[in-house]
Design a binder for this molecule. Structure first.
Ligand SMILES: [Zn+2]
Length: 166
């Protein structure tokens, strides 16, 4: 497995819609393994979308502390409910956080790495991570959701903590 290089916010791959995966072949399996390895290498990251590592394909992984990673191919947001204001950061924009609105709970559907279709209901950080990564699949980044640039703030390097980064 290989640790992949993260692209930064100015990379066009983060601002375009990723392609649907048509065939889950060995190259997709390798991408999934490398994405999980990369997420673990960052330490405490809550999720990663393929565009984060410069690959415009609809593959995401999310992981909560003490739980197994969840792989979703061609993920779609089916339903969201209960809006709330959250603080969010992105691995591709280190040193910043923004206040944006997210659904408190979501239902997501997609395929697992064996191609089996499934649905997932989530709340809390998992719900936020799923919304963040599905946004990446659609070429949307969290700063696109800011009502005003005043809601984007810089954090001191000593306060920067990769846990929960998405
Ligand atoms: Zn991100």
């Amino acid at each position: 497995m290989t640790v992949l290089r993260l692209v930064m916010m100015d990379d066009p791959v983060l601002h375009q819609k990723a392609k649907r995966v048509r065939r889950i072949d060995s190259s997709i399996q390798k991408l999934i393994d490398d994405m999980i390895e990369t997420m673990h290498d960052i330490g405490g990251a809550a999720g990663l979308a393929a565009p984060h590592v410069g690959i415009p394909l609809q593959v995401i992984v999310v992981e909560m502390p003490e739980e197994d990673p969840i792989v979703i191919i061609n993920p779609e947001l089916v339903k969201g409910s209960g809006e709330s204001e959250v603080s969010e950061g992105c691995l591709s924009l280190p040193g910043y956080r923004g206040s944006i609105k997210r659904w408190e709970s979501v239902t997501v559907k997609g395929r697992d790495r064996n191609g089996k279709e499934f649905r997932l209901k989530a709340e809390g950080l998992l719900s936020q991570a799923l919304q963040h990564e599905i946004d990446h699949i659609n070429g949307v980044v969290y700063i696109d959701h800011l009502d005003s640039m005043e809601n984007l703030y810089k954090i001191a390097p000593e306060d920067e903590d990769k846990s929960g980064e998405i």
